[in-house]
Design a protein around this ligand. Sequence first.
Ligand code: PMP
Length: 453
Amino acid sequence: AIDASLLAQTAAHTPAHTPAMDAFWMPFTASRQFKSAPRLLAKAKDMHFWTPEGRQILDGIAGLWCVNAGHARPKIVEAVQKQVAELDYAPPFNMAHPKSFELAERLIQITPAGLNRVFFTNSGSESVDTALKMAVAYHRARGQGTRTRFIGRERGYHGVNFGGISVGGIVGNRKTFGPMLTGVDHLRHTYDPARNGYSRGVPLHGGPELAEDLERIVALHDASTIAAVIVEPVAGSTGVVLPPEGYLQRLREICDKHGILLIFDEVITGFGRLGAPFGATRFGVTPDLMTTAKGISNGTVPMGAVFARQAIHETLTNVDSAPHVIEFAHGYTYSGHPLACAAALATLDTYAEEGLLTRGAELESYFADALHALKGLPHVIDIRNIGLVGAVELAPLAGLPGKRAFDVFLQCFDLGVLVRTTGDTIAMSPPLIISKAQIDQLVGTLADVLKRG
Ligand code: PMP
């Protein structure tokens, strides 16, 4: 049970909103609610944040699914400090710095075989738009310029740039922004609590049949018009929605049959989240392009990367033009930024030294046991998990979708635990260094809040 005096005491520590806070237009924020009770984080170490008043918060979501090795890891801190003093910036067009090559080389040692060309970006959204452009350019370079259509999926989240929201399947992120990319269709999502409710790990039902949506879309538009399919191996931001058994395999088969590229958006699922280096590794299905960000640099310095099959890279770079001509007209001022590369190299060291890319597999059943013990608590309608990511879905309050989960998030924060809400689902994706005792604290605090009804 929760000590009411503790709750009152922590609430009293919440700083009041001040006029100085008005200039900052906060991203994806219920800002009226925030202004009424700002939540500030001033410090972080390993599994914890601290508020400006010194209140300790257990980080149950690895920042925002990104700080996979935990906060302020010494090797990463040191590497970034050293790098900023040595080479703060280097232009990435027609030149480079050694760490960008070193990092690319290190990364392809842990990606699925075949994905051995790396293009650096600064975020997941940029990785997604980069991959979409690569897909269209690849087909065009092979004389198949009619292949311009993309197929995304309902409930897909692929960042917030125009390409990403076009292939993404979240109505709220699309509806106020006018026309999207043209020629985009969506597969159905794989959320099916009626058949797959309370599944531990991969759900059993409906995989191949849901993947057949792709055949129906191909029949409608003809394969010769379709560039790529993009899906998250596990949809994170829309409530941890897993691919049922056989689903990704069947998508791969249909793509191969029709010459359509398969893009996995592994911004969340990459770098150990599912108990394997990547979702592709975990599910044994290799895409043609793979988008990443977040865990690549442990969230320390913004970075993203797109991994491509060698054939795609070759097609786009072996062009018949004078040597001084740029082959692929795409890139960012901060592609392969020296600080991001230094952070990522030290991150990879930390992952390797501590076995973090597979630690989620070791903890999966402990985490699953803890989560699934919440079944039967008030308003809980589904629980889903894989590796070190899990979700508890609540029945929405009548007329106020998202409110119940948001209130749970606020109460957990007051009790010193950070979880994430998406719709009426509570998501958890702790740093991969979490201990069993901390899993107990994370899930136990959520249980205490849920028991209040
Ligand atoms: N794709 C996926 C699957 C994501 O989960 C996210 C972010 N949560 C993005 C893309 C966008 O990443 P960013 O916010 O770094 O642009």
